[in-house]
Design a protein around this ligand. Structure first.
Ligand SMILES: *Cc1c(COP(=O)(O)O)cnc(C)c1O
Length: 358
């Protein structure tokens, strides 16, 4: 039986996509082989990879002067590969800190360049800094931020203005959740396992002028130019993850694209926050204007009931609601693949749990 899976990542995939993958698992495209068993250089795989690339470009309306790369090493790999590709050891780079992922990103960047904190929202990371609070460094190679902090459930409701300095964004947990204006960014990256497909793949969308500047010593597979020149196939890519991402992109197009999925996501989040706000038993710690559409943390007025809450939820087919191990509480991750019915089921369970426990 399928459950409503609220995991933060690896996260739920659309059932339709899983069914399609299952149906063609052992005989893909009439080849008599699984997609996992064919050469990444074969005509059929190259065509599927190109289709995925094309569909992603169309979904996000990626302008022609950006390359889309399908890489490995996760979003965490990019924490290092970004400074290796965009900065020299003596360069400065600015980081906006709004939670644990942006902290990790600046920590890793410090190994490769002079990474400065241009803003730190602090105070338990329940909000984002306003534009006027951002203190940029003159001559910084880039500005990095995390539009959606997956653990804290904190999201920027604006795109920072950097005065022409390339803006680099870790979109891991919010990519494809709604339309964005790619032209405002120098580089966008996202680990696949939240809103794109299975883990093993990280998507990088990078403006042409930022390609070809990797410092000496950068491994070729992490050099944006080397990978762009070879259509992300300098070596064997994570073929199955790429194929699955392609199925997800097609599913998104069938949903009506990002405007349509964005409307659905906004309503899903609105409903869940409204239920939390209407109750005195549940609370969300994030300032209203910075609340994430994708990751909704919440606490119980009686923390000793958390275990019972989670056990009852699992029984009701609502899984992976425990908060990140570092913060505790609950967290419902409600990415594209979470249907509205999952939100409704969670809300009714929460109401029933509250009714029987206060
Ligand atoms: C999950 C996540 C990461 C880490 O991704 P990996 O693929 O495990 O390296 C980084 N940043 C954000 C915002 C995330 O949600």
């Amino acid at each position: 039986m399928r459950v409503f899976n609220f995991a933060a990542g690896p996260a739920a995939l659309p059932l339709e996509v899983l069914e399609q993958a299952r149906n063609e698992l052992i005989d893909w495209n009439g080849s008599g082989m699984s997609v996992m068993e064919v050469s990444h250089r074969s005509k059929a795989f190259v065509a599927a990879a190109e289709q995925a690339h094309h569909d992603l470009r169309e979904l996000l309306a990626v302008p022609g002067n950006y390359k889309i790369l399908f890489l490995q090493g996760g979003a965490t790999g990019q924490f290092a590969f970004i400074p290796m590709n965009l900065a020299r050891p003596e360069s400065s780079a600015d980081y906006l800190i709004t939670g644990q992922w942006s902290k990790k990103a600046v920590g890793e960047a410090r190994r490769y360049c002079k990474a400065n904190v241009a803003a730190d929202a602090g105070a338990n990371y329940s909000t984002v800094p306003v534009q006027s609070a951002l203190q940029f460094t003159d001559g910084a190679a880039y500005v990095h931020y995390t539009p959606n902090e997956t653990i804290g459930g904190v999201e920027f409701n604006y795109v920072p203005q950097t005065g022409g300095v390339p803006l680099v964004a870790d979109f891991s947990s919010t990519i494809l959740s709604r339309p964005i204006d790619v032209s405002k960014f120098g580089l966008i990256y996202a680990g696949a396992q939240k809103n794109i497909g299975p883990s093993g793949l990280v998507v990088v969308i990078v403006r042409d002028d930022l390609i070809g500047k990797a410092r000496p010593g950068t491994p070729s597979v992490f050099d944006y130019k080397a990978m762009a020149d070879d259509n992300s196939m300098l070596n064997t890519p994570p073929t199955f993850s790429w194929y699955m991402a392609g199925l997800v992109f097609q599913w998104l197009k069938r949903q009506g694209g990002l405007a349509a999925i964005g409307d659905r996501n906004r309503l899903k989040a609105k409903k869940l926050y409204a239920a939390i706000d209407a109750s005195t038993f549940y609370a969300n710690p994030v300032e209203k204007q910075s609340r994430s559409w994708m990751n909704v943390p919440f606490t119980l007025a009686k923390p000793d009931l958390e275990k019972a809450f989670l056990q009852g939820a699992a029984k009701a087919g609502l899984t992976n609601l425990e908060g990140h191990r570092s913060v505790g509480g609950m967290r419902a991750s409600i990415y594209n693949a979470m249907p509205s019915a999952g939100i409704d089921a969670l809300i009714s369970y929460m109401k029933e749990f509250e009714r029987t426990n206060v």
